[in-house]
Design a protein around this ligand. Structure first.
Ligand SMILES: Cc1cc2nc3c(=O)[nH]c(=O)nc-3n(C[C@H](O)[C@H](O)[C@H](O)COP(=O)(O)O)c2cc1C
Length: 315
């Protein structure tokens, strides 16, 4: 399973345990590294820069041959901690950064100066060409089977579109739950995969057992898109609570969103309410079950240690 991704990160298998808001943590990434893959955590999973710094130190101390670790940075204006997070990552060091939502220019410049690789989430060719021209080390092709903020193209369409137009390696994100899926993505031309949803129901994940069990009990057909979390459509499990509140923006929101001046504020309020609801659902006992996951929970049949989930992916 040697590919450009295994060479770039010096890992055994061409797999990144994808960054997941609220879910990913150092325990998962340490197991990922032991299993010969790369692990990534959203910097936003840490409330303070000191907590982020402590996590980096823990991962540096736990790093093993054949494994690799990185962090995800939201690089647009919605992330008010961005500058501080980038500074800490560059000071402490990590193997790679995955950028999402915005221009990675500044991140690439600063990270490359200290030897950190930068991979950028992309959903179309235009943005992929932009990140390549800015010096990204790889493009992460987020397809329409991904969990979270998914793309519009099927895995095959997106991988082929990007690999035929880019020189940098393409890593496929979305819809991978077993080794056959990885072989398929590599067959389309990808140099590796980024896998999120199948790791939610891991023993090590930070979320409640109810959320993990929902990933076992529900499947691909139960995933719906909702606009009620961040304003941008996001995949969630279609629980009775999600059915009750609906997946479209409210009537008032859609009216306010048509007003150019108010739109920005409506989005910010929606983002803040949606994020709090998601955090409560992920970490506390609540009937308001808004659980983010993608269709690849289809493969989740039990809550398992991370190492067993990796074994399912590589064997
Ligand atoms: C619960 C959850 C949270 C996520 N949070 C983030 C995030 O904070 N930043 C990010 O760039 N991508 C995030 N993603 C997307 C993943 O990094 C990855 O692209 C996606 O999970 C791949 O699709 P899969 O779930 O089918 O494996 C999230 C996905 C899930 C399921």
């Amino acid at each position: 399973m040697q590919t450009k991704l295994t060479q770039l990160l010096n890992i055994k298998y061409p797999i990144i345990q994808a960054p997941m808001f609220l879910v990913s943590n150092t325990a998962m990434v340490i197991e990922a590294m032991k299993g010969g893959i790369a692990g990534c955590i959203p910097a936003l999973n840490y409330r303070t820069l000191d907590e982020l710094r402590a996590a980096i130190k823990e991962l540096k101390a736990a790093k093993v041959e054949g494994g690799s670790f990185g962090f995800n940075l939201i690089v647009n204006k919605s992330n008010i901690k961005y500058k501080g997070q980038l500074e800490v990552l560059c000071e402490e060091g990590c193997d790679f950064i995955i950028t999402s939502l915005g221009s990675p220019e500044e991140t690439i410049r600063q990270a490359h100066a200290v030897g950190i690789k930068v991979f950028c989430d992309v959903t179309d060719l235009k943005f992929a060409q932009k990140v390549e021209s800015l010096g990204a080390d790889a493009a992460i092709a987020v397809n329409n089977e991904a969990g979270g903020h998914r793309g519009n193209y099927s895995p095959e369409e997106l991988i082929k579109l990007l690999t035929s137009n880019l020189k940098i390696p393409v890593i496929s994100a979305g819809g991978v739950g077993c080794k056959a899926d990885i072989d398929k993505m590599i067959g389309y031309g990808a140099e590796g995969v980024s896998v999120g949803s199948p790791f939610i129901a891991s023993v090590e994940a930070n979320v409640t057992d109810e959320y993990k069990q929902a990933c076992v009990d529900y499947g691909a057909k139960d995933i719906v898109m909702t606009q009620r979390i961040s304003g941008t459509p996001c995949t969630v499990i279609n629980t009775p609570y999600v059915q009750k509140i609906g997946t479209k923006e409210s009537w008032l929101e859609s009216v306010l969103n048509k007003n150019k001046k108010l739109k920005k504020w409506v989005k910010m309020i929606r983002f803040s309410i949606g994020m709090r609801a998601t955090e409560n659902a992920a970490t506390k006992a609540t009937y308001k079950t808004v659980w983010v996951a993608g269709p690849s929970i289809e493969y989740t049949k039990a809550i398992l240690p991370t190492k067993d989930i990796i074994a399912k992916l590589v064997h």
